[in-house]
Design a protein around this ligand. Sequence first.
Ligand code: HEM
Length: 408
Amino acid sequence: MSPPPHLSRRTFIAGGVGASAVAAIAGCSAAAPEPRAARFVAFEGAHQAGITAHPVPARGMQAAFSVQTADRAGVARMFRELTDEIRGLMAGRPPQTRDAAFPALDSGVLGPNPPADDLSVVVSVGATLFDGRYGLADRKPAELVTMPFLANDRLDPKRSHGDLLLTLEGGHSDTLLFALRQLMRRTRDSLVLRWMVDGYSRGSETAAAGGTSRNLLGFKDGTANLDTGDTALMDKHVWVADSDPEPDWATGGSYHVSRVIRMFVEFWDRTPLAEQEAIIGRHKISGAPIGREGEHDEPPFAATPADTSILETAHIKLANPRNSDSADSLILRRGFSFAGGFDGSGQLDQGLAFVSYQRSLRRGFLAVQERLKGEPLEEYILPVGGGFFFALPGVPAGDRFLGDALVS
Ligand code: HEM
């Protein structure tokens, strides 16, 4: 049995259909898989590992910074410091100790030997890094702009944009907070924090139990996503290639969209289930397309045009109508939920930190977003922050650093 095209085979096998088929062949009843041991994610490679590391760990965080340094040499120094620290953090390098007359070189939060916890850090740059300050204007990725107001947005400057974005993932909050503090300690002279979003429920438990995690609307999120293990698919839709009309240094990088999207969860919770399902185009509990049984069943868009069980305006139909126009606009989604307390009018501040990676901003995110414009889901959500960034290419060898080809 093979998964539908583009669907993650690992997700498929981990999901109900694949798992029960395997169990049936083996003649045993389906049992929950053993919890997976956490690991250190390898730092070096043609691409930054955190973009495709699998499975996606339980915690996610983004922190955006302004770069405040005098010149290009300062930017290079900042990238060197970040690279050295990220290398050490991702490998669990024990913190250095020094004379107690000085402040310790790390917070101590993870003890003397930071354990493996699937930590990854992705470094991305915003359009403003390429303004006049560092003489980088002619090196800007061709499609990179400061994120404009898109349909339905109310972007808060305090939660938007930035010269540099760090995206951290790992198994536990203290792993991410430890890493963030170490990275900020190393770059205190050049990076000033602008905004951050701290999130969770990436679904390591649900993934281990053979399922897709749910977002805060209660729907499974990530069912139809690109398979990060399929390198040809990643090359086609995620990584900037040599042949693209982009500066040379950008090869191996990826356009990185961050959208901090508030959900009006109180309003959503008062909406009838049938209406919620019609808005998304999937059943809430199973995750199956409306009118189908299995989460990974193909939505019946193209096969039977007369089948109107999924509305034209359903989120999944607009996001990916699975026709010749949309075949080029597939994106890799890697968002997470956030819950930041409540706002001044007593409403919960909860939502989705939507993240997508794509080879072209225009053909990827912007094409999908344009199709989603005016969708019924808009009534329940409000994009309040985030930004457009470019995830730097990876570091292929020990003598290189993130962004070296950009600043040299
Ligand atoms: C709070 C906002 C959003 C919510 C609650 C939401 C929810 C969902 C859900 C429940 C699914 C179905 C499960 C799945 O295949 O993962 C889905 C699919 C999808 N969403 Fe969203 N989404 C949101 C925002 C966005 C945005 C901003 C975009 C891109 C502009 C987007 C693009 C997609 C795509 C491409 C799919 C897969 C469609 C398919 O191939 O069937 N979503 N979303």
